[in-house]
Design a protein around this ligand. Structure first.
Ligand SMILES: [Cu+2]
Length: 152
């Protein structure tokens, strides 16, 4: 069974925090993201690794994913793989907005997290925490499972 991760509450001012404490509705409204199938494709040596996941907006407002960071890597970027005239290239992506009810599939043929400069040895079966950042000061920590080089 796969772990499901829900969005952490945003950083809040005191007034908003008090409001949250008395309102279950506000609290559920603060958790509009569901992340599933979080995985990293392992490659040898110091090669950058790619991270994939499925991101569902469970809220009623558009959800904007701003990128990620991880203590396990020197840098994390968001990329999109595109095919152009028989060539495959990657372009940097600044942010992605997910419509209410929409699931965005990060995959080898599309969006991915580019995980650079790993600062420890990783092997298939390891789990790596990655901090996913959303607009509005919201974020969530997700465990990514390291899979084999042929993983999709
Ligand atoms: Cu890339």
């Amino acid at each position: 069974m796969r772990l499901k991760n829900v969005l952490q509450q945003p950083l809040l001012g005191l007034a908003a925090a008090l409001c949250m404490a008395f309102s279950g509705l506000a609290q559920s409204a603060a958790n509009p993201a569901l992340v599933e199938h979080a995985r990293i494709r392992w490659l040898p040596g110091d090669l950058p690794l790619a991270g994939y996941f499925d991101l569902t907006n469970t809220g009623r407002q558009p959800l904007t994913f701003m990128g990620a960071s991880s203590g396990a890597f020197g840098g994390v970027m968001m990329h999109r793989t595109i095919h152009k005239g028989g060539e495959t290239e990657m372009m940097a992506v600044h942010d992605l907005t997910v419509r209410p009810g929409q699931t965005l599939h990060f995959s080898p043929d599309g969006y991915h997290l580019m995980l650079m400069a790993r600062n420890r040895t990783l092997a298939t079966g390891d789990e790596v925490p990655i901090h996913l950042i959303f607009s509005g000061g919201r974020s969530m920590d997700v465990m990514f499972a390291v899979g084999g080089a042929n993983m999709q």
